[in-house]
Unconditional design. Structure first.
Length: 514
């Protein structure tokens, strides 16, 4: 047991989880007063964002921060451990949540807001908890919290399509959760601990073959959560079924937790990562190619965006396959970019569906003259997803290519060559998908004119939702033109992840790391 009292400032590590859970409870108590839902929800998500940013600033200056329940050292205590990677992702998740909350406020049904906001806050608590936990079993708990919130959001509209999508989502995520729980049991049996910092030291003395088998099981579970190929079909089959604001909230945060868990596990088990590298590279390459090919064959707008989201998962996993500071830095920076870009893409897609009155791109046409601003926003986001310079998606991919070049400078590596080829093909195919999609929706003339009938009217709430989308795209554009802060954050986060001495020391286990 720790002998020193916990500094008051260290309790900040719990704020990103406690605030949304408390807010969700308050909203459920006030569900009979829907007028209170908006101010309470916006206040909670704003304060949570401030707490995330304060935690990020403290970690950037002072190094990782740990808060262990009851001051019991691992393996007995449950630790929350904030490092640069986790706090960076938590801060961006709060920005995405705020954008989605404001959008839901201006365009949603007031009667549905208390339920939506309560479920969304539960989801945010689960996402932040997963990013900031220092214990594998606690990670499982936060996965379950996320599953509860996300499943509720998927079925909130009550349509048959939403129920069908939620069923597919629930079954595949239940499979991933079951594999994760099985892996945790085996890991505890091998090491006698599930604390991440403790695992780092204990894994060195474990049987390498057994550890690699457990690592493979955990990676399979996290790949299912991240929607990596071949366990990716559930995402495009479900994310297009709820309202667009729900798609944005899920797409901007949920799968990124799976990628985060992959990165954390691979960093904690470097020997297993080396042995599993060919399999990780194969998963990354096939995901990079299969996703845009699936998008080329898709006609539903938001289902197509789901395939683009899966392609981004392939980019991040390719960084984990390349390994080293460059590969992990590229993966971290790309996840940060994707959280913002995919959320904005779904929000703009929702505006397109409302303006055209359609979800099938074959029945959309001529929106450019009616909605030129919407066309510009959508075009910028498609270029960002494709990784066209100087947009934000280009710079993390450049880090990945540099990481591959660094490996090739030492010795010829077919894995690195293949990943670079897949990254370039993914960019080309994604750009092709984007050009086809933009031309289909905005440039192609309609049957009778170049403006659809629905586009001539402005549905209620569109102007406010458009303002939110503009603000989010402006942030993405500024980060693309000035990428150094994000890239440096990715490099620093990767360095901290791969040299975990300060992380281990923060938990109180100095001397147990590598």
């Amino acid at each position: 047991m720790q002998s020193l009292p916990i500094p008051t400032a260290d309790w900040l590590a719990l704020a990103p989880m406690l605030l949304p859970l408390l807010g969700a409870a308050v909203l459920l108590v006030l569900r009979g007063r829907p007028a209170w839902a908006v101010p309470v929800a916006l206040l909670v998500v704003a304060v949570t964002g401030v707490a995330d940013l304060a935690l990020l600033q403290r970690v950037a200056v002072n190094g990782p921060l740990a808060m262990t329940m009851g001051r019991w050292l691992p393996p007995f205590g449950i630790s929350f451990t904030a490092d640069l990677m986790g706090t960076l992702f938590a801060g961006i998740a709060a920005i995405v949540a705020l954008a989605c909350f404001v959008t839901a406020t201006v365009e949603g049904n007031p009667a549905d807001r208390p339920t939506f906001f309560a479920l969304a806050l539960v989801l945010l608590a689960g996402v932040d908890g997963a990013f900031l936990t220092g214990d594998f079993f606690n990670l499982y708990v936060w996965f379950e919290v996320m599953l509860a919130g996300s499943f509720g959001l998927l079925v909130i509209s009550g349509t048959p399509a939403a129920l069908d999508g939620a069923l597919k989502y629930g079954l595949l995520n239940f499979l991933g959760t079951s594999l994760f729980l099985l892996g945790l049991g085996l890991l505890y049996g091998l090491l006698g601990t599930l604390n991440m910092a403790d695992v780092l030291g204990a894994a060195k003395s474990a049987n390498p073959a057994a550890m690699t088998s457990v690592a493979a099981l955990l990676l399979l579970a996290f790949a299912a959560k991240a929607a990596a190929f071949p366990i990716n079909a559930w995402l495009p089959a479900s994310y297009h079924t709820p309202p667009a604001v729900v798609s944005a909230l899920l797409g901007g945060s949920l799968t990124k937790v799976g990628v985060y868990a992959l990165a954390r596990t691979l960093a904690l088990l470097p020997e297993s990562r080396t042995l599993l590298e060919p399999a990780i590279a194969l998963v990354a390459g096939t995901t990079l190619l299969a996703a845009p090919l699936g998008a080329l064959a898709e006609t539903n707008l938001r289902r197509l965006i789901g395939f683009l989201l899966v392609g981004g998962v392939g980019v991040a996993v390719s960084g984990l396959a390349l390994g080293g500071p460059g590969g992990f830095a590229g993966a971290i920076a790309y996840v940060a970019n994707a959280m913002l870009t995919i959320a904005a893409l779904y929000l703009v897609a929702g505006l397109i569906e409302r303006a055209s009155g359609e979800t099938d791109i074959r029945r959309m046409a001529g929106l450019y003259r009616a909605r030129p601003g919407l066309a510009a926003l959508f075009g910028l986001l498609l270029l960002t997803v494709a990784g066209v310079p100087p947009f934000l998606g280009f710079w993390p991919k450049l880090l990945l290519v540099e990481a591959a070049a660094g490996r090739l400078s030492a010795t010829f590596d077919w894995s690195a060559v293949g990943l670079v080829a897949c990254l370039l093909l993914n960019a080309l195919l994604t750009l092709t998908v984007g050009a086809r999609l933009w031309g289909q929706v905005f440039w192609r003339p309609g049957a009778d004119s170049d403006v659809t009938v629905a586009a001539l009217s402005t549905p209620a709430g569109v102007d406010g939702a458009l303002a939110v989308a503009v603000a989010l795209v402006a942030l993405i554009t500024v980060l693309g033109l000035w990428p150094q802060p994000l890239l440096q954050a990715g490099r620093d986060a990767a360095a901290s992840l791969l040299d975990p001495a300060r992380y281990v020391s923060a938990v109180g286990l100095a001397g147990t790391g590598p």
